[in-house]
Design a protein around this ligand. Structure first.
Ligand code: DAV
Length: 372
């Protein structure tokens, strides 16, 4: 360092606006990360799997095939969907970034546990909670996803250098103490329960959803109340964190349950959203109940349910990217005043999630406001 160069503590904060800035699901989208299908593995069987895989008939598949590559034909079709999504985003002027490749097939371990592999960089929404000008690496409850953040490190460093804030929530131990022993998923009608203990803070970024000053989050198979409390204190006083009550036998992430899509418009699952927080009614919001998905019941789905239809991405407060074939939802969006943009996505949904899962917003043109 030359004598004239100031110590880093004396350097002025970057003058440029942060490359990371997002407060809502609907401010005009400028930059987004979209996951990659390449190298994706079937998630290895682990303690949390029975709590998140809806269909018991698939458990033997995960036990036998977990850690291997998905069949090439499935990956090829999923990749075609994701590229169609990227094409739409780019055609609308959105900058699309992609995670880097990572050796998902390497065995992983920490004190007390080990697994034959990680999973993939298919679903950035789960890994990074981007809010305001900060990126928070989520303390994920899945052992197999403990190192997934690595695929996003180059991007995070670049955004940090550009002026963003970047932090990791306390890295979880994920020892047996984090999971209830002998957990059995609840049946419909039983009181809500999840597999996680309160041993340490846990959440996936997709367990939370933004709505200006208010952030909504629900407990799930990968989010406990300790995690919610960590986020509440971390984000105060700029953001208010509200827990949403859900009723879901295999709860995972809020973005196919409860989604504030535009000012005054909240999309909810007809059954999973046990109670819409009073705030919305007081503020005069419309509660839009998602219609039954059109995806054929015979369509193969490994990691999520047909309600992934709800898992949309807003380009702005009118234009919504929605899965081709979801005719009832497309008609409903038109009736509710949105402009649907259809994109084929069923084959990506087979191995992963929807548009919202497959991406994470980095920058939307907007300011911090209260909508409730
Ligand atoms: O319906 O399986 C998946 C949500 C993924 N982010 C479902 C919920």
């Amino acid at each position: 360092m030359s004598p004239s160069e100031p110590l880093s503590a004396d350097r002025p904060a970057p003058a440029a606006a942060s490359p990371v800035s997002t407060f809502t699901e609907w401010d005009p989208l400028e930059e987004i990360i979209v996951g990659v299908v390449e190298d994706a593995l079937i998630p290895p069987w682990e303690t949390i799997t029975p709590a998140v895989v809806h269909d018991r008939a698939q458990w033997p598949f995960f036990k036998a095939e977990g850690g291997r590559r998905w069949p090439a034909e499935m990956l090829r079709k999923a990749e075609a969907d994701v590229e169609a999504f990227v094409h739409i985003l780019e055609a609308e002027g959105v900058t699309v970034r992609r995670p880097e490749r990572f050796a998902w097939d390497q065995p992983i371990a920490a004190p007390g546990w080990s697994l034959p592999s990680s999973c993939y960089a298919l679903m950035p929404r789960d890994v990074l909670l981007v809010i305001g000008d900060q990126i928070i690496e989520a303390p994920m409850g899945w052992r197999s996803r403990h190192f997934e953040h690595h695929a996003y490190k180059s991007l995070c460093k670049e955004y940090f250098r550009g002026g963003a804030r970047w932090i990791s929530a306390p890295r979880p131990e994920l020892s047996d103490a984090s999971y209830k022993p002998d957990f059995v998923a609840m049946e419909k009608g039983e009181p809500q329960r999840t597999i996680l203990t309160e041993h340490e803070p846990l959440f996936d970024a997709a367990d939370a959803i933004k709505c200006g000053r208010d952030l909504f989050i629900a407990q799930s198979s990968c989010c406990n109340s300790f995690g919610i409390e960590w986020l509440r204190r971390h984000l105060a006083p700029d953001f208010r964190v509200h827990e949403v009550e859900v009723h879901d036998t295999h709860p995972m992430h809020i973005d196919a349950t409860f989604s504030p899509l535009a000012p005054g418009k909240l999309l909810v699952h007809p059954e999973r959203c046990a109670k819409v927080p009073d705030l919305f009614e007081k503020a005069g919001w419309d509660v839009l109940v998602c219609p039954e998905p059109d995806m054929p019941l015979t369509h193969p789905m490994y990691n999520c349910s047909r309600w992934i239809s709800m898992n949309v991405v807003m380009l702005d407060e009118e234009r919504v990217i929605v899965s081709r074939g979801e005719e009832r939802l497309i008609a409903a969006f038109k009736k509710w005043g949105f402009t649907p943009i259809e994109c084929p996505f069923y084959d990506f949904e087979t191995i992963g999630g929807g548009f919202h899962c497959a991406s994470v917003d980095i920058r939307r043109r907007g300011t911090l406001q209260s909508y409730l």
